[in-house]
Design a protein. Structure first.
Length: 444
């Protein structure tokens, strides 16, 4: 069972209801064959479940992955006899008369209106069929590690019916930024076998993972390496903005480190605002349960950039957990004054006071010796590094998305942190601020 839930029965999300009713809905990808994967939802009602039933056992379990494995174990023998829908199939589990019954229906509310291929006809990029992909592993949510002709990619699928526009936004942004040095490289699109619908996108694989995990695990990161990442991150965000796009969810989880120790920005999709990462100007809107997606823009990106740079300076993976306003007064002694000024400028309370990413790049110094340590290198005394032109300038969270037509709010969660997984992934305890309706969680 443990081996099969890693590839045959993959838990993508689980959903709880805000009314606190004792029910759950699991979102699963089931490999009917190695090349035929079905999207399923599994509904469980734990209310008044008798002892000795599957429902009672699930209700008493703590971890979503364990629940999913128990469900798979209980219905595994029945799966080959189920006639699945081409869209998404709901399996409602109910024990009656001492026997577990599986009611099979089409889950109308979760059907994804996949974009037609004509929506990406203007993009001169590879368009692979799903059968061209070789499954490697599940990362989080609807994000997978795959191979195409021995080349490793990250495959991102459309999470749900309410995220199609954000998905197309990301494809167009990645395509427009395909020449960028500090944005993840676009690998192409995935279409169905008939080449009629767009099913996913591909990006390059960054083997060293998410910056948030590196900061969490590494006890010492030399300043020159942190400075290099900071400059690359600012440069990447500048490229995003200059191309006419907004990142929209600019956190330590959405920056990955490749095999060359270079930082790359991922998840350019405006999908949501992480709790604790929102700029001060939208706090009142959030308190009023407004749709904050309307307020996401260049200035909110710059504020979140300030939080990212604060985390890099302090080697702290949860700047969102710190009391505001974030201060550079407690920065480690290796952080130079120019960098403190950059962070302060980004974190300006008024959007009008925040510098553009393009202007911030000019504030970084040039180093005569050209030395940059590698990730994992031992400590080097950098006190005598020669600097020219140093300019002067002025956890754990959940991604909160927009409520869909059914009142569902997407909340992503995956492992310790996002890794390369993307999906705007976070994984810690719920940090409040659940907008009206239900909440969807990506399971670890």
């Amino acid at each position: 069972i443990d081996k099969e839930i890693d590839w045959r029965w993959i838990l993508n999300l689980s959903m709880h209801f805000r009314d606190q009713s004792d029910r759950e809905k699991f979102f699963v990808t089931y490999a009917e064959t190695p090349n035929l994967r079905r999207r399923l939802t599994v509904s469980c009602d734990y209310r008044d479940a008798p002892e000795g039933t599957l429902e009672r056992e699930l209700a008493d379990m703590r971890y979503q992955r364990d629940k999913s494995a128990k469900i798979y174990e209980a219905i595994k023998e029945s799966l080959p006899s189920i006639q699945f829908y081409e869209t998404i199939t709901n399996l409602k589990l109910k024990t009656s008369g001492g026997r577990l019954h599986v009611h099979v229906t089409e889950d109308i509310q979760e059907i994804i209106p996949y974009p037609p291929v004509v929506a990406i006809a203007h993009l001169r990029c590879p368009k692979y069929k799903e059968s061209d992909l070789e499954f490697e592993s599940h990362l989080s949510g609807f994000v997978y590690k795959v191979k195409i002709k021995d080349k490793v990619y990250i495959k991102k699928e459309i999470p749900g019916p309410d995220t199609v526009d954000e998905f197309l936004y990301e494809i167009n942004a990645l395509y427009a930024l395909k020449g960028s040095q500090n944005v993840i490289r676009f690998g192409g699109c995935i279409v169905d076998e008939r080449r009629q619908k767009v099913k996913g996108l591909l990006i390059s694989f960054a083997p060293k993972g998410a910056l948030i995990d590196i900061i969490y695990h590494e006890k010492h990161l030399p300043w020159r390496l942190r400075e290099k990442w900071a400059k690359q991150i600012v440069s990447g965000l500048s490229e995003v903005h200059e191309a006419g796009y907004v990142q929209g969810d600019f956190t330590l989880s959405n920056i990955v480190i490749d095999e060359n120790d270079d930082a790359k920005i991922i998840d350019i999709n405006r999908r949501g605002c992480p709790v604790g990462w929102e700029p001060p100007e939208v706090t009142a809107m959030i308190d009023g349960l407004q749709r904050i997606g309307m307020y996401i823009g260049v200035k909110s990106d710059i504020f979140q950039l300030g939080m990212v740079l604060w985390g890099i300076a302090h080697i702290h993976d949860e700047p969102e957990a710190m009391q505001r306003p974030l201060s550079m007064d407690t920065a480690p002694p290796d952080v130079p004054e120019y960098f403190k000024n950059i962070v302060d400028a980004c974190l300006c309370e008024r959007p009008q006071g925040r510098m553009s990413a393009k202007d911030i790049i000019a504030l970084f110094p040039k180093h005569n010796d050209g030395y940059v340590p590698r990730l994992g290198d031992g400590h080097r005394d950098e006190d005598n590094a020669v600097i020219e032109g140093a300019g002067t300038g002025n956890g754990h969270g959940y991604v909160i998305g927009e409520p869909d037509a059914n009142g569902i709010v997407e909340v992503s969660l995956n492992g310790r942190h996002g890794g390369q997984a993307g999906e705007s992934g976070y994984n810690s305890g719920v940090a409040g601020l659940l907008l009206n309706g239900r909440v969807r969680l990506t399971s670890p």
